[in-house]
Design a protein around this ligand. Structure first.
Ligand code: TMP
Length: 198
């Protein structure tokens, strides 16, 4: 087993493949001998479960969403991610702060990037953020379960995509387009991670 803690986040618009690629990346890194902890947001704690329910409810104020996502993250980081990093795991999180910055600020004009950063300021920063990019038209067409959650709307997701790309450029995040076949996309992600691991 290789002990080499690194906090990796895969983020991106709905349907970009963060969940599929997080799983594939975990398998790949384990095959290389690394200890890997895979997690996701909304997390598995009680706030995360409540948030999953709220994803079906359009009447929840965006500010409530933002505060709950921040609380979920705080608990997730301090109760899980931090401990795993200290134990020498590579932690892969399927979504993290960037999801709040993008989705909640697109949800409401009242919500600024600075405010989201403030309410998330007590959690650790990832060492590596990779943004998976997809045309929302393709993403929505790919959906097998046709019951749409509140953010799965073409106009909303176009704004989400635009903001991810703008923020990625600003913050120096890697962007991987996921239009290609899964194996090729995953290989690009693996190359970025292996370069980071040296
Ligand atoms: P997913 O399980 O398909 O990734 O769905 C989670 C949804 O929650 C997705 O539409 C993005 C949204 N979300 C936010 O709006 N803010 C957040 O902070 C997080 C983590 C997710």
């Amino acid at each position: 087993m290789k002990y080499n803690s690194l906090f990796i986040v895969l983020d991106g618009g709905d349907g970009a493949g963060t969940t599929t690629h997080s799983h594939l990346l975990k398998g790949f890194l384990e095959s290389k001998g690394f200890k890997v902890h895979l997690t996701q947001e909304p997390s598995g704690n009680k706030i995360g479960i409540l948030l999953r329910e709220y994803l079906k409810n359009k009447d929840i104020p965006a500010t409530t969403d933002a505060l709950l996502f921040a609380a979920d993250r705080d608990l997730h980081y301090h109760g899980e991610i931090k401990n795993k990093l200290e134990e020498g795991y590579i932690v892969i999180s399927d979504r993290y702060i960037e999801s709040s910055i993008i989705y909640q600020s697109v949800q409401s004009e009242k919500i600024t990037v600075d405010w989201i950063k403030k309410i998330n300021k007590f959690v650790g920063k990832p060492n590596l953020t990779i943004i998976l990019d997809i045309d929302p038209k393709i993403a929505l067409a790919r959906k097998s379960d046709k019951t749409l959650e509140k953010f799965e709307d073409l106009e909303f997701l176009n704004k989400v995509r635009h903001l991810y790309l703008t923020r990625a450029e600003l913050e120096g995040y890697y962007i991987v387009n996921t239009d290609d076949i899964i194996e090729l996309v995953q290989e690009k992600i693996q190359n970025i991670v292996m370069a980071k691991l040296g």
